[in-house]
Design a protein around this ligand. Structure first.
Ligand code: THU
Length: 140
């Protein structure tokens, strides 16, 4: 059964998330791809947690902005972690569109029940329910 998103994000909150994501992107460590990604996450405690991508000379060790923000929120919130993400906004400095990668979708699935993901699209901001980001997500 589809899970209805429980969150409504108004324009003010959306602007705030975008602004915080841009600030996070400015702190990215991306000397290899030069793509600076930032994510701002509105968590179940009402706070905003941010993350940026952190690359490595051993490329596969790169941490995406989304998972970096999720790690910060998990550290702060102990309860009901399955619906810890109410909204997450993702931006970058280079590409017209930055949908979250598969690994991040799997991680968002575990913490984002009922939440919404926003990312900059080619023309407008794209909005998608986290529960729909990864069909047949892996679960134990
Ligand atoms: N990246 C993210 O931070 N999030 C995504 O969802 C997709 C990709 C980063 C990883 C790498 O540092 C750069 O973007 C180029 O792939």
């Amino acid at each position: 059964m589809a899970i209805k998103p429980t969150v409504k994000i108004d324009k003010h909150m959306l602007d705030m998330l975008r602004d915080r994501a841009l600030h996070a992107a400015a702190r990215a460590y991306a000397p290899y791809s030069k793509i600076h990604v930032g994510a701002a996450l509105l968590a179940s405690d009402g706070n905003i947690y941010t993350g940026c991508n952190v690359e490595n000379a051993s490329y596969g060790l790169t941490i995406c902005a989304e998972r970096s923000a999720i790690s910060a929120a998990v550290q702060a919130i102990e309860e009901n972690r399955e619906s810890l993400i109410r909204a997450i906004y993702i931006v970058n400095n280079k590409l017209p569109e930055i949908p979250p990668c598969g690994a991040c979708r799997q991680v968002m699935f575990e913490f984002g029940k009922g939440g919404i993901a926003f990312f900059d699209g080619k023309k407008a901001v794209k909005k998608i329910e986290i529960d729909k980001l990864l069909p047949e997500a892996f679960r134990l």
